[in-house]
Write a protein that binds this ligand. Structure first.
Ligand code: F0G
Length: 457
């Protein structure tokens, strides 16, 4: 059969509230053209994020009832720990309330002024935690990853030559850690190949720089390796994931993505003394080491979700459904990141709105247009999120101006996705009417969450 059906049945539903284009004009204005300031009841299809928005399975909900809420030594923790040990091969597992808490702990210990953290691309919270410690985050993405319209199988790869040069320039002793983000969220949800991870790991080992995986979407990345990389077609996803983690010294993970959980995260690693330092901070910031920042029931939901996500029927549906939307947009001439990523469709806003200069935030303008046309909430991954100012206050733009439509896991059906395609295509056909935006208020870090904007015309 050609049709790929959703590999689940629906037992419980949530209503969608509909509104009119006129109502949306007022809502967007009131939210200062920032999707983070729109109430979710005012959104028809919410593609702001795939984080914490998954539908949990009946098994996960059953696991919730099994949660043991003991302060110390809960069996729910031991199930969580064993699951992560099995998947990653890493013996030391530290629960946190979400991914950025794991990052905060890790970079508080390893960071500091004068240090550099190298990566294929750091996610915004990861970069923020690095910079908050006084250190600098450096993205060394491969060249093909920087061109949205040119397809390549592993556009999330790190550029190994740039890595070698950077180490030679700054000195390995100033680089406490290398982070590979799988899949590369800020770079289009593009996967990293096993070969690239192996090569980066070898360079890091040679220079005694530990390698950590930002493992939020490890299952989606593992599935891409299975279908795109020579030698992996006959390996199971758990085998591929195990190999992927075997090249690393540790990982951070937000369980809000590939663990189908609504909250949660963890650190896992091999080094006892680093784990000890992490646990010392954990107790102050998150909680006792057998629950971190989580309830026992969350630990259960995560453990079950981590095994469910590696099911190949699910991953086939997941990857193909993102490709389905991407292909519909490509057919209509909409400029999107190619090939399709693992969790989201990324529109190239610079190409979508060639008449809007980067300092008028074409990505954010597109986010507004998609909301106005069809009540779709998306997010800018461009110069609003990553832009900086030079000493004269002039914008230093981000590498790309993307708009991400992240697809929550197991939440929307094919007709929702068909509607999304229609809305994007209608916005594209009316693109000349849209104008740029200016910032009227912003915070010093992670400004995209709270910034207030206004249309230029
Ligand atoms: N790393 C990556 C690659 C992420 O995508 C995220 C979150 C984090 C770390 C932080 O995890 O949210 O649990 O603290 N990404 C979400 C997103 C927010 O929308 O892509 P967290």
């Amino acid at each position: 059969m050609q049709t790929i059906i959703e590999p689940f049945k629906i037992k419980s539903v949530e209503p969608i509230y509909f509104n009119t284009p006129e109502e949306r004009v007022a809502i967007l204005e009131k939210a200062f053209y920032n999707p983070f300031l729109i109430h979710s009841k005012d959104v028809i299809i919410d593609l702001l994020t795939d984080s914490g928005t998954s539908a949990m399975s009946s098994n996960q909900w059953a696991g919730i009832m099994q949660g043991d809420e003991s302060y110390a030594g809960s069996p729910s923790f031991f199930r969580f720990e064993e699951t992560i040990q099995n998947i990653t091969g890493m013996p030391l597992v530290i629960p946190t309330h979400q991914g950025r808490a794991a990052e905060k702990i890790l970079f508080s210990i390893l960071g500091g002024k004068g240090k550099y953290f190298v990566s294929n691309t750091l996610f915004d919270t990861t970069r923020a935690n690095i910079e908050f410690s006084g250190a600098e985050g450096v993205d060394l993405l491969c060249e093909e990853g920087k061109h949205p319209s040119i397809p390549a199988p592993f556009k999330g790869n790190m550029d190994v030559n740039l890595l070698k040069n950077f180490i030679a320039e700054k000195g390995a002793s100033n680089i406490p850690l290398c982070v590979i983000t799988v899949t590369n969220n800020s770079g289009g949800g593009q996967p990293v190949s096993m070969q690239n991870i192996r090569e980066v790991s070898a360079v890091c080992k040679e220079h005694k720089i530990p390698l950590f995986i930002d493992a939020c979407r490890f299952a989606e990345n593992s599935y891409f390796i299975k279908i795109r990389e020579a030698g992996y077609a006959n390996k199971s996803v758990p085998e591929i994931a195990k190999e992927l983690f075997s090249y690393a010294d540790g990982c951070t993970m937000s369980a809000k993505k590939d663990a189908f959980a609504n909250i949660g995260g963890f650190l896992a690693m091999r080094n006892e003394s680093l784990a000890l330092s992490c646990r010392n901070l954990l107790v102050v910031m998150e909680g006792f080491p057998t629950y971190g920042g989580l309830a026992g029931r969350d630990l259960e939901a995560i453990a079950i979700g981590l095994n469910e996500v590696m099911d190949e029927n699910y991953l086939n549906y997941r990857i193909r459904s993102i490709e389905y939307l991407t292909n519909k947009l490509i057919e209509a001439g909409v400029p999107v990141m190619q090939p399709a990523g693992g969790h989201a469709v990324y529109i190239d806003a610079k190409a979508f709105f060639p008449h809007i200069p980067v300092d008028q935030y074409p990505g954010q303008a597109l986010v507004g247009a998609l909301y106005l046309v069809g009540g779709i909430r998306s997010v800018e991954i461009g110069s609003l999120m990553f832009g900086k100012y030079d000493t004269d206050g002039k914008l230093i733009p981000a590498q790309m101006e993307l708009v991400r439509m992240a697809i929550p896991r197991r939440v929307y059906t094919q007709s929702h996705i068909d509607y999304v395609a229609e809305v994007v295509i209608e916005a594209f056909n009316n693109r000349a009417k849209v104008s740029g935006l200016k910032i009227i208020e912003e915070a010093p870090i992670l400004r995209h969450f709270t910034a207030k904007l206004a249309p230029i015309n």
